[in-house]
Write a protein that binds this ligand. Sequence first.
Ligand code: UDX
Length: 430
Amino acid sequence: MNILVIGTGYVGTTTALVFAELGWNVTGLDTDAQKIQQLEKGVLYFYEPGLEELLKKHLSSGQIRFTTNKEKAIQDHEIIFICVGTPSRPDGSADMRYVKQVAEDIGQTMNGYKLVITKSTVPVGTQEQVTLWIQAAQKGSYPFDVASNPEFLREGKALTDALNPDRVIIGSNSKKAANLLQTLYQSAKCPVVVTTPRTAELIKYASNAFLATKISYMNELARLCDQLGVNIKEVANGIGLDPRIGPSFLHAGIGYGGSCFPKDVSALILAAKQNNIELSILEKVVYVNQTQHLYLLEKARERLKSFANKKIAVLGLAFKPDTDDIREAPALRIIESLLKEQANVYVYDPVAKLPADLHYGSVTASNELEEAVKDADAVFLCTEWPIFRNVDWAKMKSIMNQPNMFDGRNVLDSREMNSNGYFYHGIGYE
Ligand code: UDX
């Protein structure tokens, strides 16, 4: 079976490469000619471990190719994955204009049976909507199915996640479509759940919202831990041993970021509201997340009295390690607050870059960690890049103005930091 993947963004490129790795012939289609030219040369425009190697491998094996010719691509393929973006509108709802455009292109161009699958995170009811868009655009009356097959991969671990999924969710009302999708995933060593399209679409939102809930719960509990003199990491360890709770996503810090959790939680709250349901737990999840960085800032303010004219080093910009993605990154919220309080902010991240359109005032991007930390009055650790754990902090102390460490990811050893002469504050962890 030949597969067409429309949209060569993060999800599209990963999906295309993973299907190529599973042995299928894959074509990636995008309207952005520059992006396609880069991909044809084996160059990724985003950072994701292992993906560029896989791209080069399958370009030479001939298993993957790229094109901007949508008519030919749609006509040549029976199986079409829609992986275009669904950005947030100002009200938090998903902007479906790119999905609509693709559905109309498919309708206008199709020349025989097509199985159209949505992979992007899309609102519940999208499968029905895409069906209507294709129908309305059709010139002939070719048969087609629309199915939902949400993606659960994490940035930074996209390849491992996509090659070893813990479940495959297929939302389809058509036996033929479900069978075709099951064939595509025949080598998957995990449960393959076939359900209705609406259920599949909701499973995606419900998974992300549940994980975000776990994080906000731990983040709020961490504030209590500080008051009680209890270590949140030990609490996480203790509760995580209960298999009903599980050990993952219990790591307290300055909050979640990225392109998925913030957007998906807001979209789910909004969708519920439109159906006269108040998802009050999720509203609190968002509230805790939006205030969590302020909590660490308050701890730092208590210590420094004022940030004005102090040199502050922010280590880590990406919303998490192993990615250059800074969308909704808590580090940006910390930087913005510090700048508002007239701090001199120096930022170091091993991969991520400061956004070009930063309006916060002057931030210095340091090429070296030492440059950011030298003469600093405090360090805010915002992303748990492994290199930050391996820094010789005892040595760093000698180049700082004041050895204050505010660890927004609870990754350094507090006892070691204290014995090195630091004032150390994590979140629910001192
Ligand atoms: C998430 C989902 O995990 C993935 O299944 C979905 O397809 C897309 O959204 P991603 O956004 O790449 O993936 O990152 P993830 O590893 O889930 O982390 C999200 C955020 O939560 C990060 O900012 C991370 O630092 C934070 N986090 C995660 C915590 O603060 N504590 C934790 O215990 C786990």
